[in-house]
Design a binder for this molecule. Structure first.
Ligand SMILES: Nc1ncnc2c1ncn2[C@@H]1O[C@H](COP(=O)(O)OP(=O)(O)OP(=O)(O)O)[C@@H](O)[C@H]1O
Length: 294
């Protein structure tokens, strides 16, 4: 089923977990202003796994940052459970592209720092066990005493994920968490994220530029049109049954159809943008030739 994200439908009584209402985000002032998001509309319901796909520089991080409460819309409204978006808090856990780990703390230390702050009820052995649970969950057992500089990219990304999960956020915001990884590590972590989500059913918004990743992981794919002035485009519901096995999916006609549709749509968005840019560049003013002769 295909819907348009910019025409919000309201068939739920309770407000969506996250909502963007005609959100415009621009940086700079006046003629210098750079419009990143232009009247973007989005609703994310409880327990949904939404994947936003978009080209590089289209405004994906800005979107995640707005959903986290780190960026305030220039116009429009960002809502959390029907209320104005509060300042960033532990209820919305973010995993950034660049891991954002504390280099002077070990694997245990990086997770424990978050746990110490948010789970004051846990002390001593209970806290150690709790931290270890998340280390085991992302398969970092054996690396507890290592520092981020001693970990591979994939291990750092897993640590970043474990730290965020240990905070037990209601909403998980994943900003291209897998983009820096090699293909094999990437697929291992894709499976891990899906497994963790299936276990715990948090509400997830994940950003990627990879259509295959989006179809494999999402309940719903929301494309971001190329910037500047990006909007959320035609949505794609992913109704493929879970658990999804990547090998089997390759032979699944529904998977292939959806993947092709989404890819075609993204390519069309890019072609449309190119046409718009070229038209702007080469359109001459509509002037009547003036006769300056006698
Ligand atoms: N604080 C800021 N001030 C000025 N411009 C900004 C700011 N943040 C983002 N931008 C601009 O907004 C545009 C979108 O940036 P954003 O990081 O959201 O895109 P993205 O889709 O996440 O990019 P990538 O895929 O390369 O990570 C870029 O042109 C960027 O330069």
């Amino acid at each position: 089923m295909i819907r348009n994200a910019n025409i919000p439908g309201d068939d739920e009584n309770r407000p969506p977990v996250l909502e963007l209402q005609d959100v415009t985000v621009s940086f700079g002032m006046g003629a210098e202003a750079y419009v990143v998001l232009d009247e973007a509309c989005l609703k994310v319901e409880e327990n949904e796994f939404v994947v936003v796909i978009g080209y590089s520089g289209s405004g994906k991080s800005t979107l995640i940052s707005t959903l986290a409460g780190l960026t305030t819309p220039t116009r429009g409204a960002a809502l959390y459970r029907g209320e104005p978006m509060p300042a960033p808090g532990p209820d919305r856990g973010i995993v950034f592209q660049n891991y954002s780990l504390l280099p002077w703390l070990t694997v245990v230390g990086n997770i424990d720092l978050a746990v110490k702050r948010l789970r004051r009820d846990l002390t001593g052995t209970a806290r150690r066990d709790y931290v270890q649970k998340y280390i085991d969950m992302v398969s970092l057992s054996g690396s507890e005493k290592k520092y981020p500089s001693e970990l591979s990219g994939g291990m750092r990304q897993r640590l970043s994920l474990a730290r965020t999960l240990s905070m037990q956020p209601e909403v998980l915001l994943l900003d291209e968490p897998l983009s820096a990884l090699d293909a094999l590590t990437r697929s291992v972590l894709q499976d891990e994220i899906i497994r963790l989500w299936e276990e715990d059913r948090r509400t997830v918004v994940m950003v990627t530029n990879d259509v295959d990743e989006a179809v494999l992981m999402a309940d719903r794919i929301v494309p971001l049109t190329p910037g500047p002035g990006a909007k959320l485009g035609r949505e794609f519901d992913v109704t493929l049954p879970r658990p999804r096995d990547r090998t089997t999916l390759n032979f699944d006609p529904d998977y292939k159809h959806l993947r092709n549709e989404a890819t075609r749509y993204m390519l069309q968005l890019s072609a449309d943008k190119k046409t718009r840019t070229e038209t702007r560049r080469f359109t001459l003013p509509d002037l009547e030739p003036a006769n300056f002769g006698a």
